[in-house]
Design a protein around this ligand. Sequence first.
Ligand code: NI
Length: 202
Amino acid sequence: MLKSPNFTTFQPAGSDIDGFPVVERRLSQLDKVFAEPDAFAKTLVAQENPRVYTVSSVAPAEGDGQLHYGLGKIMPGKVGQEYFMTRGHYHEWREAAEIYIGLSGTGYMLLETENSDDGQLIPLIPNSIVYVPGFTAHRTINTGHAPLTYLGIYPANAGHDYGSLAQSNFRHVVVEENGAPTLLRRTDYLAQLKAKNEVATP
Ligand code: NI
């Protein structure tokens, strides 16, 4: 079959764009991404440093006006009450938007902007398309019991800025409460946890 960056193939529930490299993120590489350090440490040991997600990217061309794309796959799983998710990023070129297309599984995208306190939780499911505007941090979350796969398509010049979120993280968390994914302010969630721990260890 023809193989070139202008024509690629993939399996909807696979982890690679056929013939292109796959970058793997295991839990140990996601230190400080999850809200609960104790739950992180426990999951790391109990699940022997599980694979959390993979990305297979294609860069057909470079420069203004060109596009890159990637196939993402997030495994099902949890760290405490939080679901397995990506590290998340802003684009280095803040104006750059992105399109996500859900392929398989059930999940959400968490969107935040630098200049507002809002957090938006948008479903990412098969046959759905999420538009991530420029100036928006985005993180993908698998809230289901099967792998979540999706395509992301973005300007070639977008770049990935992980550093801006490395210290402060997203201002919201998505946690399982009463069996359902729930969007909470990080500060509120951390206060909840603290209160719970104080009751548990008087
Ligand atoms: Ni992006």
